[in-house]
Design a protein around this ligand. Structure first.
Ligand code: ACM
Ligand code: ZN
Length: 675
C-alpha cells in the first residue's frame, strides 16, 4: 500500500475532530480501500499486528480454527455471532474495530470474517493499522467477473491468479464462459470429441482462424492450438475459488454459438453436416439427449446454485428450413422460430430445476417464457433489466455500455488491437445498474453486476490482465459499495495505488496515470457554416445508429473513439448521400467529413467520396472525387477525412460517400464540415 501510515493517522485525527464538532458518525470518510466500506469512524493512534497485507491475505485462506489461532497471536480476535449490530442478516458483512489495544472482528459467517480480513489487509502498512471502526456489507449479493476462455484458452494457473484478484476486491462470482464456436473447453466423459477435436484449432489466433475457414483439428496436428480443462482441473479451480469465497458459474452455450459442438456431432444440427449450422437443431430429440447428458456432468462437477446456458444471438435461418424444427413448431404450437428457442430454453430450465439448480441466461431468454426461478443476465439495453424485474426474475446487470471490458480503455492508437468501442475506467465507474425510479420490490430483484471480458482479440495472458484491470476494480466497487459511498476522485487515487500493488504481485494492469483520454475532436462542438442549415438525406441513415437524427451531420457534434457513442451516424448497406441547403449563395473554402474503419463490427471507409455544389439544387458541379487509400483488410481502427479545399460560391453542397459494396457493410461519419 502506497498511502503512508503517517498520512492515514493524520487523516483519522483530522476526521475525529470533525466528528466531535458535528457529533455524528463520520460516514463520509473515505478509506484507501477498494471496494469502499460502508460506515467508517476514524480514531486516534493505531495498533501494530506485525502482519503485512499479504500475510493477512494468506491467513484469511486457512481453515477457520487455524486462522483464528494465527490471528490471535497477532492481537486480532475473531467472533462469529448470531447477531452483530448494524449487519442485519447480511452474511457477508462484518464489523472491524481497531483500537490501541488490538483488532476485533465480528461477523455472522466465515465469509464476513474473510472480508473483514481483506479490508484489514488494505489498511495494514508494515503491520501498523490506524484506529478505526468499520461496519460494512455489500450492496449486491452477486458481484461477478466473466472470462471467455473459448476464443482464446487460458491456463488453469492463469484462472487461479485472477481468482486471487477477485478475492482482494470482494468479488464473489466467477462466470466461466467455457463453450462457444471457437472452442469447447471442458472435459465431458460421455462426449470425448468435444475435447479431442472441438478444443483445438489449426490457428492460435482467433481472427486468423475466423478468416481461415473456422475448422478444428486434433491435438497432434502440427499447428494445433487451444486446450481444455480436465475434470480434475475444474475441481481444483472450484476448490481454489471456494477458499476465496467465490462461486464458479459455468456457462454452456445453447442453442446458438455452438459451431464447435456441431462440427464434431453434426447429427445434432439441422443440416446434419459439420461446419454448416451454429445452432442446435431443436426439432431433434438427440439434441436434448446431448444437452442433458452434458448438463448432468456439469451439475455433478459444479456446486453452484446457477448454471448459465447462454441463450444469446441464436439465428433462425437453419430452423426455418429444417423439417424437424418445423414439425416441433407445429406439434408444440410454438408459432415460429422464436417460440422454438423458447421451447428449448424452458425444457432446459425444467431439467435444471429438476436437478435442484437454477438457470441463468443472457437477456434474449426473457422472451422464452421462463419461470421466476431463473435469472436474466442483461448484456444489451439496460431496459431489459427492468423488463426482467417486472416479469419477476432476478437480474444481473452486465450491459455492454458499462461492463464490456473488451472495448478500448484509452485512445485506441495508444492501445493493443481490441474489438472496438471505448470504455474508460471512469465510464465503468459511472455505472448505475438500478433505475432509482423502480419500486423497492423491483429494485430488490437486481442481484448484482458483472464485468464481461470476451477474448476474440485478447490472447496473451499479460494482455488479458491489461484489459481486466483496473476496470474490474470499478465493477467491484459498484457491486459492493452503496452509491453514497462512491467517489470518483478517491477511487481513482486508490486505483493508482492498486496499480502498483498489482504490478508488484506480477500482474499487468493498464496504468491510469498514462491515460490519454477521449478523441480531441469530440471535446467541444465544432462551429462551421453548415451548422443549423437544412439537410436532405438522399439515402436514410440506420435507425440503429441515428446519432442526433436528421441534424446529426450538421450539429457541430463530433464523434469520439467509438462508433456506438451516439455521436457517429451509421449507414448500413447504403451510401452517405446528403444535400445541405445554405438558403442563399455562400462563399465556401472547405467541405469535408471523417469516416471510421473498424472491420470487426463491419465498418469500412467509403470506396469513393464525391463532393459537388449547386446553385439551384438540381444541377451539381463536381468539385472533387477521391478514392480511399485505406485497404479493406486494415484491421486497426482508422479515421480518414475526405475533403475539398478551394474557393467557390454556392447555395447547395452535396456530399456523397459511396459504400465499398461489402454486404451489410457500414459507413460511419460524425459531421460534414463546411467552412
Ligand atoms: C453476448 O455478448 N452475446 C452475450
Ligand atoms: Zn432443425
Amino acid at each position: 500500500m502506497k498511502t503512508s501510515s503517517l498520512f492515514l493517522f493524520s487523516m483519522f485525527a483530522a476526521l475525529s475532530l470533525s466528528v466531535l464538532v458535528s457529533c455524528s458518525r463520520s460516514d463520509g470518510m473515505l478509506l484507501p480501500v477498494i471496494p469502499q466500506p460502508l460506515h467508517v469512524i476514524g480514531g486516534h493512534g493505531g495498533f501494530n499486528t506485525g502482519l503485512g497485507p499479504e500475510e493477512i491475505e494468506d491467513i484469511s485462506l486457512l481453515p477457520f480454527p487455524d486462522m483464528t489461532e494465527s490471528l490471535e497471536k497477532s492481537g486480532i480476535t475473531v467472533s462469529v455471532l448470531e447477531e452483530v449490530p448494524g449487519l442485519g442478516s447480511n452474511e457477508e458483512g462484518y464489523r472491524l474495530e481497531v483500537t490501541k489495544r488490538g483488532v476485533g472482528i465480528e461477523a455472522l459467517s466465515e465469509t464476513g470474517v474473510f472480508y473483514a480480513l481483506r479490508t484489514l489487509a488494505f489498511l495494514s502498512d508494515d503491520g501498523k493499522v490506524p484506529c478505526v471502526e468499520i461496519t460494512d456489507y455489500p450492496r449486491f449479493p452477486y458481484r461477478g467477473m466473466h472470462l471467455d476462455v473459448s476464443r482464446h484458452f487460458k491456463s488453469k494457473d492463469f484462472i487461479k491468479k485472477q481468482l486471487d484478484v477477485m478475492a482482494r476486491y470482494k468479488l464473489n462470482r466467477f462466470h466461466w464462459h467455457l463453450t462457444d464456436g471457437a472452442g469447447w473447453r471442458i472435459e465431458i466423459d460421455r462426449y470425448p470429441e468435444l475435447t479431442d477435436i472441438a478444443a483445438w484449432r489449426p490457428y492460435p489466433d482467433w481472427e486468423a482462424w475466423w478468416n481461415g475457414g473456422r475448422r478444428y483439428c486434433t491435438e497432434d496436428h502440427p499447428d494445433a492450438d487451444g486446450g481444455y480443462y480436465t475434470k480434475e482441473d475444474v475441481r481444483e479451480i472450484i476448490e481454489y475459488a471456494a477458499q476465496r469465497h467465490i462461486t464458479v458459474i459455468p456457462e454452456i452455450e445453447m442453442p446458438g454459438h455452438s459451431e464447435e459442438v456441431l462440427a464434431v456431432y453434426p447429427e445434432l444440427s439441422c443440416s446434419g453436416k459439420p461446419y454448416v449450422n451454429s445452432e442446435f437443431c431443436v426439432g431433434k430429440e438427440a439434441t436434448f439427449e446431448f444437452l442433458e447428458n452434458v448438463l448432468l456432468e456439469i451439475i455433478e462437477l459444479f456446486p453452484s446454485e446457477y448454471i448459465h446456458i447462454g441463450g444469446d444471438e441464436a439465428a433462425h435461418a437453419g430452423w426455418e428450413n429444417c423439417p424437424d424444427c418445423q414439425r416441433r413448431i407445429a406439434e408444440e404450437h410454438l408459432g415460429d422460430e422464436s417460440g422454438l428457442q423458447g421451447y428449448l430454453v424452458r425444457r432446459i430450465e425444467k431439467f435444471l430445476n429438476g436437478h435442484g439448480r437454477k438457470l441463468i441466461g443472457w437477456d434474449e431468454v426473457l422472451r422464452d417464457g421462463l419461470n421466476t426461478s431463473s435469472a436474466i443476465m442483461v448484456w444489451r439495453d439496460m431496459e431489459y433489466g427492468v423488463e426482467a424485474a417486472m416479469a419477476g426474475n432476478d437480474v444481473i446487470m452486465s450491459p455492454g455500455e458499462y461492463c464490456y471490458i473488451d472495448a478500448y480503455q484509452d485512445a485506441p492508437f495508444t492501445q493493443p488491437v481490441a474489438k472496438g468501442g471505448y470504455l474508460t475506467l471512469e465510464k465503468t465507474y459511472s455505472f448505475q445498474p438500478v433505475p432509482d425510479t423502480l419500486s423497492p420490490d423491483l429494485q430488490a430483484r437486481y442481484m448484482g453486476i458483472q464485468s464481461n471480458l470476451w477474448c476474440e482479440y485478447i490472447q496473451p495472458d499479460e494482455y488479458t490482465e491489461y484489459m481486466l484491470y483496473p476496470r474490474v476494480l470499478s465493477i467491484a466497487e459498484t457491486a459492493w459499495s452503496f452509491p453514497f459511498r462512491k467517489n470518483w476522485d478517491s477511487f481513482r487515487e486508490n486505483v493508482v495505488s492498486e496499480t502498483d500493488v498489482l504490478v508488484s504481485r506480477g500482474y499487468n494492469p493498464f496504468d491510469i496515470r498514462k491515460e490519454k483520454g477521449e478523441r480531441p475532436e469530440a471535446a467541444r462542438p465544432e462551429k462551421h457554416l453548415a451548422v443549423g442549415k437544412e439537410i436532405e438525406y438522399l439515402q436514410p441513415f440506420s435507425r440503429y445508429y441515428p446519432a442526433g437524427g436528421d441534424t446529426a451531420l450538421i450539429d457541430g457534434v463530433r464523434g469520439g473513439w467509438t462508433y456506438a457513442d451516439g455521436r457517429w451516424q451509421g449507414f448500413i448497406n447504403r451510401n452517405v448521400d446528403v444535400v445541405i441547403d445554405f438558403g442563399e449563395p455562400t462563399e465556401i473554402k472547405y467541405i469535408g467529413a471523417e469516416f471510421m474503419q473498424l472491420i470487426g463490427p463491419w465498418l469500412w471507409q467509403p470506396h469513393e467520396v464525391i463532393i459537388s455544389v449547386s446553385d439551384d439544387g438540381r444541377n451539381f458541379t463536381e468539385l472533387s472525387r477521391q478514392v480511399t487509400d485505406v485497404p479493406e483488410d486494415a484491421a486497426e481502427l482508422i479515421f480518414r477525412t475526405y475533403s475539398w479545399e478551394g474557393e467557390t460560391t454556392a447555395r447547395y453542397v452535396r456530399y456523397k460517400a459511396v459504400s465499398n459494396g461489402i454486404d451489410n457493410g457500414c459507413l460511419f461519419t460524425d459531421e460534414i464540415i463546411v467552412r
